[in-house]
Design a protein around this ligand. Sequence first.
Ligand SMILES: Nc1nc(=O)c2c([nH]1)NC[C@@H]1CN(c3ccc(C(=O)N[C@@H](CCC(=O)O)C(=O)O)cc3)C=[N+]21
Ligand SMILES: [Mg+2]
Length: 291
Amino acid sequence: MTAQIINGKEIAQAVRQEIREEVEQLKQKGLVPGLAVILVGDNQASQTYVRNKEKACADLGMHSVLIKKPATLSQEELIENINELNQDDSIHGILVQLPLPSHINEEAIIEAISPEKDVDGFHPINIGRMMTGQRAFLPCTPYGVMVMLKHINYDLEGKHVVVVGRSNIVGKPMGQLLLNANATVTYCHSKTKDLTYFTKQADVIVAAVGRRNTITSEHIKEGAVVIDVGINRNEEGKLCGDVDYEDVLSKASYVTPVPGGVGPMTITMLMQNTIESAQRAYNVRQSALKC
Ligand SMILES: Nc1nc(=O)c2c([nH]1)NC[C@@H]1CN(c3ccc(C(=O)N[C@@H](CCC(=O)O)C(=O)O)cc3)C=[N+]21
Ligand SMILES: [Mg+2]
């Protein structure tokens, strides 16, 4: 079998076209969707991602503000900045780029963001809503993976999905979204004994561990769908995922590349969440006018 490539860039473009039209409609009604990104310190990778987010906003005609702060910023000052954005009617989404410097408590920062503007879907209220199947902002990376599977018309019902990795922002919510879609979900992680035993049984593998070559052809069964969420660099400094891409190509049915796979989807779902938030703000404003 030769795997088909799931082209994240292409799917992202298609979704962005729909977002572009919704932005246009909102603008005609007098509301410009706005995203605020806070970047603390000068982590090189973070700067790249933040630039990609700004580009995406500009491309879609959305308003974006980038707030750059020195790594010495105190937690109190950061919370003060978030409070201002929570009150700002021109801002519908707030994203604080992670990781933060070690003197800042990430949980406290995430909880300071209004759940109504938490377009990352990291706030405990949104996570709780997602777990109970209520309307919520979905974390962008797992959300993007769901859209990719939808795009290839993959029916998750009853399928065995193995999620490798259990971070709060990718692995854990990924499993939950798959469960909500009626998949049978297994979580594997760094303490799992005999990873291959589990991954060999998977119809779908989502690799989100942050270590390259974690998944090779030895780990998968013939015809598996392999989703690579990893972003690592090899010895030559080239971007690569958690999957040995070339190796699994001859065994998998579908594979996502890195770059050009999940990454572009992550940014696109951030834009999607931001216009949904703007849409909601518009509806609230309209119903207030009617009273
Ligand atoms: N509050 C917060 N929310 C995040 O969503 C968040 C974060 N913090 N911190 C860092 C991670 C990482 N992340 C990526 C987004 C896009 C690409 C992306 O566009 N990747 C491109 C290539 C980018 C490149 O060339 O380096 C691709 O895979 O094709 C990658 C990684 C969002 N994150
Ligand atoms: Mg992410």
